[in-house]
Design a protein around this ligand. Sequence first.
Ligand SMILES: [Zn+2]
Ligand SMILES: [Zn+2]
Length: 119
Amino acid sequence: MGQAQCPICYSPLEVRDVTPCFVCGGWPESVARFGSAAVFTEFRLPSGRCLVLCRGCELEEFMVPGGWGYRLAPDEGRPVNALQRVRSVESSCLERDKFCPTCRLRLAFAVLVADNGRT
Ligand SMILES: [Zn+2]
Ligand SMILES: [Zn+2]
């Protein structure tokens, strides 16, 4: 991953330890809480792209108006309807990803949002 700037807002990215959740995975509070039997789910978008969400972000971002999910599924009244559940994800180790401190998103998710706007 050679990306140095956020594909949404072009802020410089930071490398962080992240949890599997694409949305809150880079937040220090999520990382601090990680490991206590958190449940993550992998979903597939209508575009065929996959993403991993924690239960909290599935609700907050894909069911509450204004969430990031509305950027991924603008045609859905409730973007959670566009998510196809693939599998549960069990993970006990943190990953590394780039993180945008302005959007407060992992690069993995920022790429999905940026790609979606383009098609
Ligand atoms: Zn999350
Ligand atoms: Zn950004």
